[in-house]
Write a protein that binds this ligand. Structure first.
Ligand SMILES: [Zn+2]
Length: 120
């Protein structure tokens, strides 16, 4: 059930990222974006399941446990999406500002949006 991030990443690297060719890199980015879309759909589905349990005022221990499990799964998905977003940034030579979360060129020393200095 859990997404095997390491395997996904190593497969990507094998097929594309290591090659560092633009077209290959674009393929890697597309694969990442598709995976993110898939994970977001999965996440929405879990939000809906939580909503239904709450709407039905189903206050049993069982449904409370179910909600907790769903929340943990959503947290995991959020983390995995962040990791995959990192691969996309890597391929586009971008990095994320730790302060304002804006994306900018990897070689920049300062964030073009908020001006914070990047650690090198
Ligand atoms: Zn910034």
């Amino acid at each position: 059930m859990n997404f095997d991030f390491e395997r996904f990443k190593s497969n990507l690297y094998k097929t594309a990222v290591a090659a560092k060719e633009t077209s290959q890199s674009m393929i890697a980015i597309t694969k990442c974006k598709l995976k993110i879309m898939e994970m977001k759909t999965d996440m929405d589905d879990k939000y809906i399941q939580i909503g239904k349990i709450i709407y039905n005022k189903d206050n049993t221990d069982e449904s409370e446990a179910k909600i907790n499990t769903l929340c943990l799964e959503i947290d995991q998905l959020k983390e995995d999406i962040k990791k995959i977003q990192g691969i996309i940034d890597d391929n586009l030579n971008r990095k994320e500002c730790p302060e304002c979360k804006a994306k900018s060129d990897k070689n920049f020393d300062f964030c073009p949006r908020c001006g914070c200095k990047f650690e090198s």
